[in-house]
Ligand binder design. Structure first.
Ligand SMILES: [Mn+2]
Length: 391
């Protein structure tokens, strides 16, 4: 036992529990530990030899240490953590219960999940989208949607709708995938897709970006759950249909070209596009509507959202006018007002099955207390539409 060991770099105690812990790379596998095990593990917070930490340890204790090594809770000091980890939400969205503490219901619960990643942002644009989930949760925690663990939502009265949103919804917050700056996209995407596949067997995910590249792993995970295909309704100032270089990199500016290449994406409908954009591809499965179309011809947009298909909704906050949501990487003038976005979402999605959604490119910037609040309202709207469009 002369070798050096350390506590697994992804080890984390479950907040508020004296016996439970998890590895941040596998947040759905909760470990139950004895108080003795926790005492031993925490002595290895920095790499140390067993005979230094526990001089004169009994044979029983040495066997116990071996068990902790077999469980990979104690590892060699050479083990480097992957450039990402999962974090439980400190301030859950809308004060929701933390996943998996939800009431078993007749339809899959809605699970909020954050992706703190912005390394697929083109070099011409500033970073910052990785702070999106934190800004959205900070703003959303002040919304009076109170859901206790194991209790369905009592709903939130909405003055413009004249009714309560999310009545009876079963929702939870599953925390964030947190990446180190410079984390390679394929490494990040594999981690997000794997978790979303697991969650997708039991829940419908509402993803908080992150830059817009986070949508692709979400669609890949959804393709497993809906092999028969689904539509993508995409609100954005930009088409995100930029060229795909060799090797095929994924960026926030070409994510929808990658999405169109997925065989399960039966249709892509883009809404709110404006400014100077690449011409759209000539394909039956593709429709583009500009920001002006939202005012001029809303019926055509609704008609493009085929009620026979299940729909995934991706909202880039820059579809809104920058005066409404300045905290975004590529602001584009002449955008939608929040009310127009809300009305378009409702017109397009009421009566449709909504199987997943995301809000991306949405973060506060210094002195800005508006964008997070606007974004949290969009998240609430998406959750309500997912709830009304239960499968
Ligand atoms: Mn976008």
């Amino acid at each position: 036992m002369g070798r050096s060991l350390k506590l697994h770099p992804h080890f984390e105690r479950v907040p508020g529990s004296p016996r439970h812990a998890f590895l941040r790379s596998e947040p759905d596998q909760i470990l139950e530990l004895t108080p003795d095990a926790l005492v031993v593990l925490e002595r290895f917070a920095t790499p140390a030899r067993v005979d230094e930490v526990l001089p004169g340890a009994s044979a029983e204790m040495l066997a116990f240490i071996e068990t902790l090594v077999e469980l990979e809770l104690l590892v060699g000091p050479e083990l480097q953590p992957p450039p990402y980890g999962w974090e439980a939400p400190l301030q859950p969205m809308f004060r929701l219960p933390v996943w998996p503490n939800v009431l078993p219901g007749s339809s899959p619960p809605i699970v909020v999940l954050g992706a703190r990643f912005d390394d697929a942002t083109s070099s011409a644009y500033p970073r910052g989208a990785r702070d999106g989930p934190t800004a959205l949760r900070r703003a959303g925690s002040s919304f009076p949607l109170r859901v206790r663990v194991g209790v369905e939502a009592a709903g939130l009265p909405h003055v413009e709708l004249g009714e309560r949103m999310l009545v009876g919804a079963v929702m939870a917050d599953a925390g964030d995938l947190v990446t180190d700056p410079g984390c390679a996209w394929p490494v990040f995407a594999a981690a997000l897709e794997a978790r979303m596949r697991l969650l997708g067997e039991r829940a419908r995910c509402l993803l908080l970006g992150g830059d817009h590249s986070v949508t692709l792993p979400a669609l890949r995970a959804l393709a497993e759950v809906h092999p028969g295909g689904f539509g993508v309704l995409h609100f954005d100032a930009h088409g995100d249909l930029g060229p795909v270089d060799e090797p095929a990199t994924v960026t926030h500016a070409n994510v929808m070209r990658h999405a169109l290449a997925l065989p399960q994406v039966a249709k892509l409908v883009q809404v709110g596009v404006r400014g100077f954009q690449a011409l759209p591809p000539e394909r039956d499965a593709y429709r583009r509507f500009t920001a002006a179309d939202v005012e001029r011809d809303p019926e055509s947009i609704v008609a493009a959202v085929d009620p026979q298909l299940p729909w995934y909704v991706s909202v880039d906050v820059d579809v809104l006018d920058p005066s409404v949501a300045p905290g975004t990487g590529a602001p584009e003038p002449d955008g939608l007002r929040l009310r127009q976005l809300r009305e378009a979402l409702r017109a397009c999605l009421l009566g449709r099955r909504v199987v997943g959604a995301d809000l991306v490119e949405c973060h506060d910037q210094p002195g800005d207390r508006l964008t997070g609040r606007v974004g949290a309202q969009i998240v609430l709207e998406l959750a309500d539409l997912m709830d009304r469009g239960r499968p």
